[in-house]
Structure formats: C-alpha cells, structure tokens
Design a protein around this ligand. Structure first.
Ligand code: OFO
Length: 162
C-alpha cells in the first residue's frame, strides 16, 4: 500500500501524462492543418506514447491497491507561429515533466517506498531519452534557419517515425 500523499502525486502525474498526450495531439492537428505531414506524424506518435505513459501510472496505482482519481485535462493551445516554436514548447514541456518525475522519485525515497521508487526508474530513463530526442530536433531547426529546403527535409525525416 502507498501513502495518501504518494497516491495524490501519482494521480497528478497520470493527469500530466494525459495532458502531454493532449498537447502533442493538438500540435499534430495543427501540423495536419498547415500541411506539414511529417511533423504531424511525429507528434501523433508522441501523443500515443504519452497515453501509454498515462496508462502505466493508471495500472500501477491500481496494482498497489490505491485509487485512480481522474482530473480534468487542461485545454492545450491550438496554434503555433512556426514548427520550431512548437518543438521548443515540446522541449520546455518535457523538461517540466522531468522535474515532476524527479519530485515524485524524491518523495518515494523520503517515504522509503521502494516499490514506487523502482516503478519510477523507467520514467527517469525515459525522460532523459525524450528530452534528448526533442533537443536534437530543436537543434536541427536552429541549423535550418529560414531554409525552406531544410524544413522540407526535416518534415520528411520526422514523417518516418513509426
Ligand atoms: Fe513525454 O514523457 Fe510522458 O509526459
């Protein structure tokens, strides 16, 4: 059994992961609408991954006999001035999620909650990968600058994400 404080923290993270899914789906919709199908594909795949993250929390909360408590999901914005801006916001968002995961990991250590600590290991590693992969894309936008051809190539590259 986990503490009430940990139950609340995990439910809060479940909500944050659902918001991540919603945010990337909004970005995907924006890119579909602006005819950048490769960026739309990348964001769509990311949105699906985030839903899977949310479900890991959902399953874990249930598995330790705690109570899932779904909250309202914040409305994401639906317009970005450029693809670069959307990916920069995605990077800032992932850094925020990393902080949130680290805080729950701190709580697990404080409470000597070994099971939750081990459960969170996967997320700690995942966040390192997610921040690195979005950072890599943001760096590519920096290199591309105003070059339309570069933008086209990057859109095509991200379109291949499975
Ligand atoms: Fe993007 O890793 Fe979950 O939120």
């Amino acid at each position: 059994m986990i503490s009430k404080k940990m139950q609340d923290a995990l439910n809060n993270q479940l909500n944050a992961e659902l918001f991540s899914s919603y945010l990337y789906l909004a970005m995907s919709g924006h890119f579909e609408n602006t005819n950048m199908k490769g960026f739309a594909n990348w964001m769509n795949k990311q949105s699906i991954e985030e839903y899977q993250h949310a479900m890991k929390f959902y399953t874990y909360i249930n598995s330790v006999g705690a109570k899932v408590d779904l909250k309202a999901i914040e409305k994401p914005k639906n317009k970005w001035t450029s693809p670069k801006q959307a990916f920069e916001e995605a990077l800032a968002h992932e850094k925020k999620i990393t902080d949130m995961i680290n805080k729950i990991a701190d709580l697990a250590l404080t409470e000597k909650d070994h099971a939750t600590n081990i459960f969170l290991h996967w997320f700690v590693t995942e966040q390192v990968e997610e921040v690195a992969s979005v950072e890599d894309i943001v760096n590519k936008f920096e290199l591309i600058g105003d070059n339309k051809n570069g933008l086209f190539m990057l859109d095509r590259e991200l379109g291949s994400r499975q």
